[in-house]
Design a protein around this ligand. Sequence first.
Ligand code: AMP
Ligand code: ZN
Length: 391
Amino acid sequence: MPEHRIATELAIPAHLISQVQAKLAYVDESIAGAKISEDGTSIALQLRADATPELEAKVHSVVAEMAKGASQPKVEVLEDHLGRSVPYAADPMPELLARNEVSKEHTGIYSFGPLVAGVIQIFEDYFIELATTFEAKPQRFPTLISAEKLGRVNYFRAFPHSLTFATHLREDLHVINDFAEHATYEESGLSASLESFSKIQALLSPAVCYHFYFALADKPLPGGQMAATAVGHCFRYESNNLTTLERMWDFTMREIIFVGSADYVLENRERGRQRVAEFLESIGLAYKVESANDPFFVGEFRKQAAFQNAFQLKYEIRGKLPFKDSTLAVGSYNYHQDFFGRHLNITLPDGKPAHTGCVAFGLERLAYAFLAQFGLDPKGWPAPIREAWVG
Ligand code: AMP
Ligand code: ZN
């Protein structure tokens, strides 16, 4: 595959390299991979076709929009336990694949066997128990999410690149018969004309807590505060970045969700963090918690990321991956201020919009980081997990 180097017009600051690199996947369909040099002055693109002048212009515009004038955020580290010694250092993937514990069904789409499912269940049991300490009531949410409601909370503006759309064949005898007779899977996807498909009413849900806010929309918040918990499949199309288990198109998230006054949400987010810290200490996981931002698309990135940072809206739990000396976000502590309350008209007893926040865990990533630190043999696992293991 041809490689094409582009010298950047400004050096991409170190703190933005991974975020700009992830966005380059969405710049042009010819891009199969992108790597930014450590000093941020050069981009190596793996291309499926020859570079066009338009491609370079698009790359430069992404760099300019995301990096020009960007100031380095102060990364706030709330917990640092990366130094904890853990017993395992190998890459767990080859063995997980060999044992059919992980099977790749399609790019970004994976199935898991009993070992991974069992580890996830142990974490799930803990989160469900944790949720009861907040009197968070269980909820069940759909996998589809309303396009109308997502539009109401500006999701299309903030994260257009990672959306996954749900559609169906148009209600038309000819269209359906034609599809039934001719549709086949080709290398690039299903052969069917785009005109056969309906307009988009729904998408595959990118998060869990949105459903709760939608359910509370356009009314006063019962009792002035609420806590809830739910698990759900989430979908984020991460393009060329979907190469390993670390980034999946379809993954599951457990959330504990708080809706109420600013104080109520912030106090519970903090309480959640402290309780999770005690749990992670009890199992000896190597991780840190630090401030972070959501992966906003290019045009929204600089302003929104700076805003999240300035108001301490997001912290990530980053689990260590010893085999590659890096970390992976396995969960997050989020505060949305009154954003959802305002856009969805969820009101507090004093008539003001409700504040919201959530504690979210990526279940596959948590299991992956755990297995990367403790290995696949339950005998090597920390006592609380070994004792809960029923395999
Ligand atoms: P977020 O709402 O972005 O903070 O996501 C919450 C958690 O979901 C993250 O900390 C990850 O553990 C997990 N997660 C987010 N995106 C992905 C993905 N593409 N693949 C697997 N897990 C993910
Ligand atoms: Zn959430």
